[in-house]
Design a binder for this molecule. Structure first.
Ligand code: 8NA
Ligand code: MG
Ligand code: MG
Ligand code: MG
Length: 346
């Protein structure tokens, strides 16, 4: 099997097992003891009779895969349709509280511009939830260049998340997966990885500053707009680099204080990237267990960490136990195969 196909499968299966395993703890307010997490993920699940179910993170990832492989190209209208179909087929997968309204509007009004319903949420701010970032890994697999990753991730995010932090979180998560794909484990240059992401964050945040200045000049946005939080990801990535270079054992509490662990994209995305850089260099398993131990939105942070770590390590490095216990592994592998073929043909 080609090394890259192995990594495509690792990405989608990694995202899937992170979601399934993390969902056991989703919403816990504090960090979790390491022993509690590993006792669950490495021992207690052996006795599970039923498959461990995936949640909205995987449901939406699958919708992106479905659209890509059916259309054989990136098409935002088809993406919106796939999300709507998936949501109404299984609305009980643990979706965020506000995103259902977007799907309902998309279904009921079928707008020409599929980003319209998301833009009207939260008094026109849009959602800053991590729901665009959590699903974005197939876009990283499909895209051929960084600029294509950014463009497609941005378009995709805007279907449900209009807030700049929701969108930029999705772009950075997609870039993290894209940049992990060509790397050869086990020699991870964390400084280089973060520097590349810092460059992306800087560009995104400068573009945003520019566009809000223009809007201000036109009198559309006030300077006190709550949406304005420039250089948020840039700042967190800088802090990440410092933390990783401290060379001492990092308490999960310190990590959560620095990045957060909640449903906001600006918290969950840095927490996931950190889990990969801090523990994913050791093994796939460590990075997912670590992501879960941070608490908070555990399924989503573990799913995003799993996607990056799976892109780095490849599917064979994902524990057999996890692949045998989680729902939907075979489908994830089939989607990876199809997107791999599709990309080869491009
Ligand atoms: P979303 O778009 O509904 O956003 C999630 C929530 O964040 C919203 O329901 C709001 O409460 C809040 N929110 C977002 N934007 C704003 C804003 N501009 N102003 C005020 N409040 C805002 O859902 P999503 O698709 O982003 O999903 C995010 C997470 O929710 C995912 O982890 C998903 O698994 C789900 N979820 C999380 C938990 C948990 O406890 N962590 C539980 C169930 C579901
Ligand atoms: Mg979920
Ligand atoms: Mg979640
Ligand atoms: Mg199965």
């Amino acid at each position: 099997m080609s090394k890259m196909l192995h990594k495509f499968r690792g990405t989608l299966v990694g995202a899937l097992v992170g979601d399934c395993l993390g969902s056991n703890y989703e919403g816990v307010s504090s960090t979790l003891p390491w022993g509690e997490v590993t006792d669950y993920t490495l021992e207690r699940i052996k006795d599970e009779k039923e498959p461990i179910h995936y949640t909205d993170d995987t449901a939406m990832t699958r919708a992106i895969c479905k659209s890509l492989t059916e259309e054989k190209k990136y098409d935002n209208r088809s993406m919106a349709k796939a999300f709507v179909q998936e949501f109404f087929k299984e609305p009980g997968r643990g979706y965020g509280a506000a995103v259902g309204t977007v799907f309902k509007r998309l279904r009921d009004t079928n707008p020409e511009d599929v980003t319209l319903p998301a833009r009207s949420q939260f008094d026109g701010q849009g959602s800053y939830g991590n729901g665009a970032a959590m699903r974005i890994s197939p876009v990283a697999l499909y895209s051929r260049s960084s600029s294509e990753v950014q463009k497609n991730a941005q378009e995709n995010a805007l279907i449900t998340h209009a807030h700049i932090n929701g969108v930029n979180g999705a772009v950075l998560q997609a870039e993290a997966v894209f940049k992990a794909l060509p790397l050869e484990p086990p020699n991870l240059n964390t400084d280089k990885f973060i520097d590349d992401l810092l460059e992306v964050a800087k560009k995104l945040e400068e573009e945003y500053e520019e566009s809000s200045k223009e809007k201000e000049d036109g009198g559309h946005i006030s300077t006190s707009s709550p949406q304005k939080k420039p250089f948020l990801y840039f700042k967190k990535l800088k802090e990440m680099k410092e933390l990783l270079n401290k060379g001492e054992t990092l308490e999960p509490e310190t990590v959560v204080e620095t990045f957060g662990n909640g449903i906001r994209a600006e918290e969950a995305v840095p927490a996931a990237i950190f889990s990969f850089l801090h523990k994913g260099r050791e093994s796939f398993q460590e990075s997912v267990n670590y992501a879960i131990s941070l608490g908070g939105d555990t399924d989503t942070i573990a799913s995003m960490a799993g996607a990056i770590s799976g892109a780095y390590w490849g599917v064979n490095e994902i524990p057999e136990l996890w692949k045998s216990k989680c729902e939907g592994v075979e489908e994830a592998i089939e989607f990876a195969n199809k997107i791999f073929e599709l990309k080869e043909e491009r």
